[in-house]
Design a protein around this ligand. Structure first.
Ligand code: NAD
Length: 502
């Protein structure tokens, strides 16, 4: 049985008698260990360590920071497999998918290696006679990241490489459902030469989050998770004077125009709907099929779904693993009956999907639900509108581009979306008219590269700053403008007038 604790001031930290939560193997449902849940005292210790480390880290040269980032990048690369195995064991996703999230996270580390360039300010000579002005950006101090279960490595890596590269010290509060990746990353930072206290991990739940949100020494909070908690984190953090970016839930639609290549569309819909068992904030969960392609497209989707292999994440034959917890699986599965009650047609029922050729998902120990397809889902129904966050793909039939666009734009969320078409004009119109933060044109999961910024609109983001890329650098720094002159006889004399240019 493993026991997962905190990482404070450069070393593991455990508190005897603290509250714990169980860690389960989603593939078997068996308890595999426990994770400590921090009380206020552990959060205080982490904040104190991060605060103590800040002055020296802020003043560490850009080249020193970059060298540590490069070493961290190399160590993470060497430990990819180990990290992916930890993720897969606690989250349930298949190993190849876990490797994919590590790779996408590493791209942000690689982006952050360019921090000397990213932090370059502006300089204006002679804004007044022999007076210069320049802009610099400085780190905030102690910043925190609160992250969800579905990407235990990548989502923290959206945050901490940029925050640390900018000269901040960081406290990560990972999901209590899959906390182990955080400790491996912490130990690799140490081996890379990061000074103690610059990167800390506090395991926990609401108690730890609330203390971080209220703590006067925490200057900024990055959050990724569900919309109700994102809203709460944004409102509480900003009420305590912090800078907050809080990314929330999603319901991503794929609009399929009649001229699209339906084989490519079906491949994309199945990959984007069922990868990671649909537990991705950029998963496609609704296909809007514009008449008359619905029947043919559904046939193509169904034939592909029936060929998917569902099984444990550590079995190389598995394409899709279990869901993260039994509670979550039950919630997702409840949408199958709800969909039928609302008038949809259940064309593939994931409860009866065999797990690695064995028993049906519903009868197999562990948190299983196979890929599910609901056709003719009524527009505006709960199955259509609500975030299900599991392997359930809804097909909504629409009569036109305009009707499809209207359904996307009137939805609560605005994280990702995609259009599939060979008509450049229609695609151009879509990118202009759709009210969503990340748009794919014949790309089902349009996750921006590290040098752009990731984030949605509407209930998918509280705050105005997306993560990583230039917006990440902006979020973790604040601007300062210096106006300077050096002793010069022409500057002598008292003048009480308002300073104007000379
Ligand atoms: P969650 O909101 O339950 O948890 C996220 C974090 O908040 C965790 O660290 C958790 O410990 C903490 N938390 C949970 N309840 C809390 C409370 N009452 N008070 C304070 N903190 C609390 O989310 P999850 O189930 O871990 O992750 C899935 C959700 O995350 C989905 O809604 C998904 O769409 C979203 N997500 C969004 C993005 C994005 O980029 N927009 C990316 C990944 C996941």
């Amino acid at each position: 049985m493993k026991h997962v604790a905190h990482w404070i001031a450069g070393e593991p930290a455990s508190v005897a008698g603290s509250r714990t939560a169980q860690l389960c193997d989603p593939a078997t449902g068996q308890t595999g260990g426990t994770v400590e849940l921090a009380s206020t005292a552990e959060v205080e210790a982490a904040v104190a360590a991060a605060k103590a480390a800040f002055p020296a880290w802020r003043d560490a040269s850009l080249m020193k920071r970059t060298q540590i980032l490069f070493r961290f990048r190399e160590l993470m690369d060497r430990h990819r497999d180990e990290l992916a195995a930890l993720i897969s064991a606690e989250h349930g996703k298949v190993h190849a998918d876990a490797l994919g999230e590590v790779a996408r996270g590493l791209e942000v580390v690689e982006f952050a290696c360019g921090i000397p360039h990213l932090l370059k300010g502006g300089f204006s000579e002679n804004v007044s006679t022999r007076v210069d002005s320049y802009a610099i950006r400085q780190p905030l101090g102690v910043v925190a990241g609160i992250t969800p279960f579905n990407f235990p490595a990548m989502v923290p890596m959206w945050m901490y490489p940029v925050a640390i590269a900018c000269g901040n010290t960081f406290i990560l509060k990972p999901s209590e459902k899959d906390p182990s990746a955080s400790l491996l990353m912490a130990s690799l930072w140490k081996r890379a030469g990061l000074p103690d206290g610059v990167f800390n991990v506090v395991q926990g739940d609401k108690e730890a989050v609330d203390r971080l949100l209220e703590h006067p020494d925490v200057r900024a909070v990055s959050f990724v998770g569900s919309t109700p908690i994102a809203r709460y984190v944004y409102e509480t953090g900003t009420a305590h004077g912090k800078r907050v970016q809080a990314l929330g839930g999603a319901k991503n639609h794929m609009l399929v125009l009649p001229d699209a290549d339906l084989d490519l569309v079906a491949d994309a819909a199945v990959s984007a709907g069922f990868g990671s068992a649909g537990e991705r904030c950029m998963a496609i969960s609704v296909v809007l099929a514009v008449d008359p392609v619905g029947d043919e497209l559904v046939d193509k989707i169904v034939s592909r779904v029936q060929r998917l292999t569902v099984g444990p994440g550590d079995d190389p034959a598995s394409e899709m693993g279990p869901l993260v917890t039994g509670e979550h699986r039950d919630k997702v599965a409840s949408y199958l009956d709800l969909g039928v009650e609302e008038g949809a047609k259940l064309v593939v029922d994931g409860r009866s999907t065999p797990v690695l050729g064995g028993t049906a998902a519903a009868d197999t120990p562990g948190f299983w639900l196979g890929p599910t397809v609901l056709d003719h889902v009524p527009a505006g129904s709960r199955v259509h509108r609500e975030e299900i966050f599991g392997p359930v793909l809804s097909i909504v039939r629409v009569s036109s581009y305009e009707e499809g666009l209207e359904l996307i734009n009137t939805g609560e969320y605005g994280n990702g979306t995609a259009i599939f078409t060979n008509d450049g004009g229609a695609a151009r119109r879509f990118q202009n008219e759709v009210e969503v933060g990340m748009v794919g044109i014949n790309v089902p999961i349009p996750v921006p590269m590290a040098f752009y910024s990731f984030g949605g609109w509407k209930a998918s983001l509280f705050g105005d700053t997306h993560v990583h890329g230039a917006e990440g650098v902006h979020f973790y720094t604040r601007g300062k403008v210096v106006t300077s002159r050096w002793l010069d006889p022409s500057h002598g004399g008292v003048n009480l007038g308002f300073p104007t240019n000379k």
